[in-house]
Design a binder for this molecule. Sequence first.
Ligand code: SAM
Ligand code: SF4
Length: 337
Amino acid sequence: MQDQFGRKIDYMRISVTDRCNLRCRYCMPEGGIDNLPMTDMLTYEEIVEVCRMAADLGITKIRLTGGEPLVRLELPKLVKMIRAIPQIQKINLTTNGVLLDRQLDALVDAGLDGLNISLDTLDREAYARTTGRDELEKVLSGIQHSLDAGLSVKVNAVLLADSFFAAPSKADAQVVPFRDPNWYSMLSLAKHHPVDLRFIELMPIGEGQQYEYFSAEVLLNEMKHRFPGLEEDYAIHGNGPAHYYKIPGFQGSIGVIEALHGKFCDACNRVRLTATGRVKPCLCYATTYDIREPLRNGDLDRVREVMELAIWKKPKEHCFEELAEISEEHKMVSIGG
Ligand code: SAM
Ligand code: SF4
């Protein structure tokens, strides 16, 4: 289906839970959030019903996200149920990777196509400090095993200034813990593994508003400086908004997503479904459309009408560069990124 600006909407991101086993500082308040009662969240059967309706409207790609999707019980079961919808061509998962090892085989058997694994640093202490949990080893093992299982793997790293990762020090709170900048150390993932390593600008939503902004432009200039052989990579890497680059000798590619100033809204193809059954046409704005109520009343015609309306009304563009206009007040953990 097309929206009012003629964009073809064929991609739906589904948040399956608001719960999470990490506390990434830019996403979740330290004390966590008040979790939704389970009865407020769509059941797997309800999610699949929405997916069937969405597929009829032209959705062919689904991404499962959260909170942390792998903390919801039996996620592979949901993947398998969605896989049975003939029009759905791709099912991907965005995860922090901590619980991946345990569930990988079941996810592959269920028909998962690929994974985005979120990881912002390879420094164990900095990881523990900024996510609240000492789980880096599990994430790295999850990445390796996903590659071994033949899945397509993208690693998503939020672009954060090194001060974000710094250990609080009595002498100087700004002490930088790394010999090299954090982004540079992260590159070793793409050097030694066939993964797309994607750096994403921090969006000024929820907790993200309080941290220093590190622009994709600065990153690119620094990469060009350190790697004069860096060149654009024109291969297709999925349908996301990243620009890709190749560094000679690296197995993987480096992606850069200008979430703030890069206006890729003209090519935006997505809507979101929240864990409580609201269709959200744009990340930047609070506007959502409830489909849980008609779904639970068995009024599928109304569900379809509301979905059509939400898609049609998708805003022309985001407004991340105008802080005052951002109406989304939820934490990213409850939106799903
Ligand atoms: N828990 C899963 C994970 O971390 O991959 C899925 C949900 S998480 C909200 C999805 C993505 O949003 C993660 O890659 C996370 O780094 C990113 N994210 C969270 N807050 C953000 C912000 N303010 N700006 C940019 N990305 C953000
Ligand atoms: Fe971190 Fe994802 Fe959890 Fe947010 S939802 S705290 S980004 S793991």
